[in-house]
Design a protein around this ligand. Structure first.
Ligand SMILES: [Zn+2]
Length: 175
């Protein structure tokens, strides 16, 4: 939970004279964070749309898909999103309709709903997590997981890695 990031009703955002800015510093419950999430989020109510901008940075722990060890992954994003505010009683202004095709909106809210900045931060950072999580370019599947015929090759290649990457020496001590 990041302090000061409670959901804010759109009605409240609408009456602000300037965009709402959150300075972000804190951990997210949904991630195992090595460093807190830092940055800022800006929300601007523009009538028919909510304009969101964020610059976010953190380092989280992930499990490597190859060696299954935990490693640190830096996540950074400079993101922008438009959320459609669907008010069935008022049709969106022509200006908004002409500027942005409806398919460009990933999400929509009704005017009575709230914007949850913490959930938005989680979504933006989740999009930055690589599909293939690998602790390093030289990571190999551990010899213990490779069949016997390949083990000799795996052993020598992991010895090679030690000379390139000092982190392997640290990992080897744990084996
Ligand atoms: Zn790995």
């Amino acid at each position: 939970m990041i302090p000061g990031l409670q959901p804010i009703p759109l009605t409240e955002l609408k009456v602000l004279s300037s965009p709402k800015v959150w300075q972000i510093k804190g951990g997210l419950d949904s991630f195992s964070c090595f460093t807190p999430v830092t940055g800022k989020v800006i929300a601007e109510h523009q009538g028919g749309i909510l304009l969101l901008k964020g610059t976010l940075s953190t380092i989280i722990f992930l499990e490597c898909d190859r060696c299954l060890k935990e490693y640190k992954q830096k996540l950074e994003c400079n993101c922008e999103e438009l959320i459609l505010i669907k008010d069935s009683s008022i049709s969106p202004s022509n200006e908004v309709k002409n500027r942005i095709p409806p398919e460009d909106f990933m999400d929509s809210l009704t005017p009575q709903e709230s914007f949850d900045p913490e959930r938005w931060i989680f979504e933006q950072l989740s999009l930055q997590i690589p599909l293939l999580k690998v602790c390093s370019e030289t990571c190999k599947i551990p010899a213990s997981l490779v069949s016997n015929t390949n083990s000799k090759y795996s052993q020598s290649s992991s010895d090679l890695n030690v000379s390139y990457d000092p982190r392997w020496a640290q990992l080897k001590k744990l084996l």
